[in-house]
Design a protein around this ligand. Sequence first.
Ligand code: UDX
Length: 453
Amino acid sequence: MDNTSSERIRRRLIFFPLPLQGHISPMLHLANILHSKGFSITILHLKLNPPNPANHPHFTFRLIVDDDFSKESFNADLVSFLALLNDKCVEPLKQALLAEGDAVACLISDAIFHFTTGVCESLRLPRIVLRTGGVCSFLAFAAFPLLLEKSYLPLRDDRLEEAVIELPPLRIKDLPVINTPHQDMLYELVQEMVHQTKASSGLIWNSFQELEETSIAKLHQDFQIPIFPIGPFHKHNVNSNSNSNSNAPSSQNHSSISWLDKQVPKSVIYVSFGSIATIEEPEFLEVAWGLASSKHPFLWVIRPGLVRGAEWLEMLPGGFLDGLNGRGHIVKWAPQLEVLAHPSVGVFWTHCGWNSTLESICEGMPMICTPCFTDQRVNARYVSHVWKVGEQIEKELNRERIERAVRRLMEEREGEEVRERALFYKEVANVCVRPGGSSYDSLSKLVKYLSFS
Ligand code: UDX
């Protein structure tokens, strides 16, 4: 593609990320990739979790709605928050797109913003969807009508261990649901996400063919639209001056790396449960004691708000860290990509958000999985039973189970085998974004498609 400024003016892409960290980061990575291919980029955003323009001086940023409602609603219930966004952003998005004029090639919208279909149709603008999760979990979302019809959903406590024969290797407890008082609203939201994705002009994935071959084949059968698995996004060799770990909160703590520098190779457990999951105090204490009794050094991300009812560390037992003699390091936020690539880290204890799962796979890092909700459950099942690059703690968290999982992955032969498979996928992930690789080719097709849309 011609990289001249006149070309850039004609080929403007408008991105509209969902205002959650796990959705904003991949969208900004995608914007960087497409900018490097000659497109001009506008990012539309809300007040909640705004991107930092200083990290992306080559993009145009526009705040489209004064969404003071969103923070309160987000803290109350995720499902009603997402429904509210889909309602309140219609007119502001329309006005923002109208203001962009004719130079726009298309809107690239998060899949959860299903309302963007109607807005784009009214403006005769193509709409491409980015689904920031994995294909495996999306297929489980797409199966919700069937799961409801066959009574797998709503979940029943006495059937959780049963296999979902239509979606192997998932069990009922692996289905991507969420604890909400508004289950019907959840089903509706998922159904709209799936329908409006089907109605889109194309679907982009932060995943790669070799990792999700079977799921991608199934997706091709069920979705008659162009599909572009071009991940892992952060592995593309993008020559851009932006901060690639795109939307880190300013509280990111650089002490993580200097602490890791002092540790023995492959000795550290890195613990993070992503940007929105919360846990109860008893679970939190089991995590703390499990880490303490594992005898391994650990780097633990405790976000303010991670523990329900706590500001930050006040629920840690008194003297907890002092008793460890420097074996534990706690931060509010870590530079995760660097942490996972650090030679001292030996295992990643994760909630299995898709970004964390993919980032771990890209570094050949074995995972201990404790999924909290939605797609994390599906991802954890695939990590432990399809890719076999980690182990899930199946029952409720307690210190003995944690200690056992750490020992198996970090000290025993089983852990070595997991590590070998993880390193295999790391190599595949590296190769797929190079010339001739599956994601590289898929990206070329996407660029061509966007250029003529
Ligand atoms: C949410 C959902 O929970 C997840 O299931 C879905 O797939 C995406 O949206 P989140 O919980 O934030 O995401 O998890 P994840 O997808 O793993 O994304 C977290 C991102 O924040 C990762 O890119 C990770 O590298 C980054 N991160 C997290 C840091 O950079 N530092 C940290 O300390 C913690």
